[in-house]
Design a protein around this ligand. Structure first.
Ligand SMILES: [Zn+2]
Length: 305
């Protein structure tokens, strides 16, 4: 195959489709975003193809193309499942994109793209095993080993958001109901709306996450307690990951990753549950922020070659 001139990454989201072009050093050559055609699968594929054609025309070359999207491809059927862009679900999206673009494409879910971006040239650069976690409106995870996304036969490696919150306390059982049909999933406790629900139930006040964080910093006891409960739950959830995977670095992304005190408090707590006399795992904030999804999609074809 001819050497591509650059790497194109496309983030196929529910509200926007974004393309980025990276050179081998990770420098951004081009970026563009457009609104996602709502509820229209064929138009979504056509829009992605148009963005690729425009980028290649602007840059005067041909790129490799990787896609990041919510959900994952079923190994059995090759069709997408679990996407919040429901018109994409059940579609053979990789095959259709490959046909529209006239080349092989790679596709991975957005948490895997986040982890790959941060492992390749972000906060996890140089680490062998990176666990990337998105703590946003939902909770997702991805694992990168030696520069490549770990997928597994079911295509779900790293998806720990729908495992139960480990070592639950009495008042955490059975836990909030989850859209997946179970109760007490990690996601129900660690996503942004879960944090706000927990504060509302404990303190009787409806506050946003940034408001709780600001009031805690100003000495509000109830807000400080909510943050403390969140840190305790995140520490337990990550201790579970450390016991199983023992990653070198855990990178946090998503809106909740903007809480500064997590990076000191959580590692101070997780030793209680990690089965080791010491814990050298690093907990770090993402480097590429909202760009990690699209950058990781570009890196699905690797950094060189
Ligand atoms: Zn669940």
């Amino acid at each position: 195959m001819q050497e591509p001139d650059f790497r194109l990454g496309i983030d196929l989201g529910g509200t926007k489709i974004e393309v980025i072009a990276l050179d081998r050093a990770g420098r951004e050559l081009l970026r563009q975003r457009v609104a996602t055609p709502q509820g229209d699968y064929a138009a979504t594929i056509a829009t992605a193809a148009r963005l690729v054609a425009e980028a290649e025309r602007a840059l005067g070359g041909r790129g490799s193309v990787g896609f990041g999207t919510p959900g994952s491809l079923s190994r059995a059927s090759g069709r997408l499942r679990g996407s919040n862009s429901v018109c994409l679900n059940g579609q053979p999206i990789r095959d259709d994109l490959a046909a529209a673009l006239g080349r092989e494409v790679r596709i991975a879910n957005d948490a895997n793209c986040f982890a790959l971006s941060e492992a390749t040239d972000g906060a996890g650069t140089g680490a062998r095993v990176v666990f990337g976690v998105i703590l946003g409106t939902g909770v997702g995870g991805g694992i990168v080993v030696a520069g490549a996304v770990l997928e597994g036969p079911n295509g779900i490696a790293g998806e720990w958001g729908h495992n139960p919150l480990p070592w639950p306390r009495d008042d955490e059982r059975p836990g909030p109901p989850c859209y997946c049909g179970r109760a007490g999933c990690i996601e129900t406790w660690l996503c942004g709306p879960g944090f706000e629900r927990d504060h509302r139930q404990a303190a009787g006040a409806a506050l946003t996450v940034p408001a709780v964080v600001a009031r805690a910093a100003a000495g509000d006891a109830a807000c400080s307690a909510t943050l403390g409960r969140y840190e305790d739950r995140l520490a337990r959830a990550l201790a579970h990951v450390i016991n199983l995977l023992d990653p070198d670095v855990i990178v946090l992304g998503g809106g909740m990753s903007n809480i500064d005190r997590l990076y000191d408090r959580v590692p101070a707590l997780w030793g209680q549950w990690v089965f080791s006399d010491r814990v050298d795992t690093r907990l770090v904030r993402h480097r590429h922020g909202d760009s990690s999804g699209v950058r990781g999609a570009a890196w699905l074809w690797g950094r060189a070659g």
